[in-house]
Design a protein around this ligand. Structure first.
Ligand code: HEC
Length: 140
């Protein structure tokens, strides 16, 4: 009787020590996670990232001519996958290109079909276009 009461008290005290320790560790982890650059590391893939947003915008504004998977549609738009024009231009140059488009009689037009300015969606902002270009890079 006496002995089991004593054990009970000791067990309770031990539990309290562990609880305090676990709390301290949790506080330390939260503090480490919220400070510094560790938050940035997770932003390279998956939903909610600039690339995912660019993919969504391109799906809405570019895939009608360039295809659902951007592999091109005959007589509408060339493939944007494995594309030398994309590879040979900087992000800023590609953003400018998308804004201007390419008329069908432009000297560098390859298909005789026009690429409309902003792909026909003038609501796209510079930030939107930057995200689209980020996404296009993943197709090369
Ligand atoms: C109405 C159809 C149409 C839409 C919509 C469209 N494009 Fe195009 N795009 C074209 C055509 C046609 C060409 C090729 C013109 C040529 O023959 O040189 C082209 C060319 C391009 C090129 C250059 C590729 C190369 O090999 O020269 C890029 C990059 C491009 N488009 C990106 C986009 C993006 C990004 C969007 C969406 C914001 C978009 N396009 C929307 C028709 C379209």
């Amino acid at each position: 009787m006496n002995r089991s009461t004593h054990d009970g008290v000791r067990r309770a005290r031990t539990t309290r020590v562990w609880a305090t320790l676990a709390f301290a560790v949790a506080v330390a982890l939260v503090a480490a996670g919220c400070g510094g650059d560790s938050v940035e590391v997770a932003t390279t893939a998956a939903a909610g990232t600039p690339i995912a947003y660019g993919q969504q915008l391109a799906g809405e504004s570019c895939s009608s001519c360039h295809g659902q998977n951007f592999e091109g549609v005959k007589n509408l738009g060339p493939a944007l996958t494995d594309n030398h024009f994309i590879r040979d231009h900087t992000d800023d140059e590609l953003i400018e290109f998308i804004k201007e488009g390419r008329s069908k009689d432009a000297p560098d037009n390859e298909t005789g079909i026009a690429m409309p300015p902003y792909g026909g969606n003038p609501r796209l902002t510079d930030d939107d276009l930057a995200d689209i270009v980020l996404f296009l890079r993943t197709l090369q």
